[in-house]
Write a protein that binds this ligand. Sequence first.
Ligand SMILES: CC(C)(COP(=O)(O)OP(=O)(O)OC[C@H]1O[C@@H](n2cnc3c(N)ncnc32)[C@H](O)[C@@H]1OP(=O)(O)O)[C@@H](O)C(=O)NCCC(=O)NCCS
Length: 211
Amino acid sequence: MDHWPLRDLVLCTPRLELRPDDDEGLDELVEEAYLGVHPPDEMPFLVPWTEADPRYLGRGMLQYHWAERARLAPENWSVHFLVRLDGRVVGMQSLHGVDFGVTRHVGSGSWVGLRHQGRGIGTEMRAAVLLFAFDHLGATRARSSAFADNAASQGVSRKLGYRRDGTETVVRRGVATEDVRLVLDPDTFVRPSWTLAVDGVEGCLGLLGSA
Ligand SMILES: CC(C)(COP(=O)(O)OP(=O)(O)OC[C@H]1O[C@@H](n2cnc3c(N)ncnc32)[C@H](O)[C@@H]1OP(=O)(O)O)[C@@H](O)C(=O)NCCC(=O)NCCS
């Protein structure tokens, strides 16, 4: 019996390879984060993890991902896919599910290293996990959210067919800010022209509450 089947899961798009996080890849992800995730005068994240003391940003990132792995369970999981371009980690695409076996709903979150942004990578990696969720896990709805002023994230969602599902006012750097909820169903998903290659999914279905 394979006790951690996520090790064998791999999603491939024309340019990218997505694999659940492993320690070696996390080291590369940390390096990418130190090179910049967003301009310093912006804050795209609800949890402002990029504002950490630079001495501890890397340790904090490792501990966060280890904690996420440690608490993963079929009824509440987050899979953090390391996104590789030409064999190097360039960002992170997360997919999560709460009571997925009952709801069949997933959510997502992501970031791409600043130096790699604006080349369609964010769209390609989100499309990859949506194809995985809808076509391989049997998801019936995908949710996301982004600040109203996050043009790139809103752009990715718009291109893939998400619709707005209300807003919430949250506090960002002490200022009231609009967070936009987004929702996507399989029949409104604007599918990419390419096909996703998926390997290793069979062994993961039980762990993700999808069996
Ligand atoms: C959001 C993010 C993952 C998108 O990835 P990306 O690779 O930069 O996005 P893409 O290149 O696929 O662009 C997606 C669309 O948004 C548009 N877009 C990107 N940046 C934009 C900007 N600054 N202003 C306006 N539109 C923008 C693009 O034009 C593109 O649409 P198009 O192909 O029709 O031109 C990435 O920008 C990022 O990591 N940002 C910092 C962290 C973050 O915001 N994470 C999400 C938190 S909710």
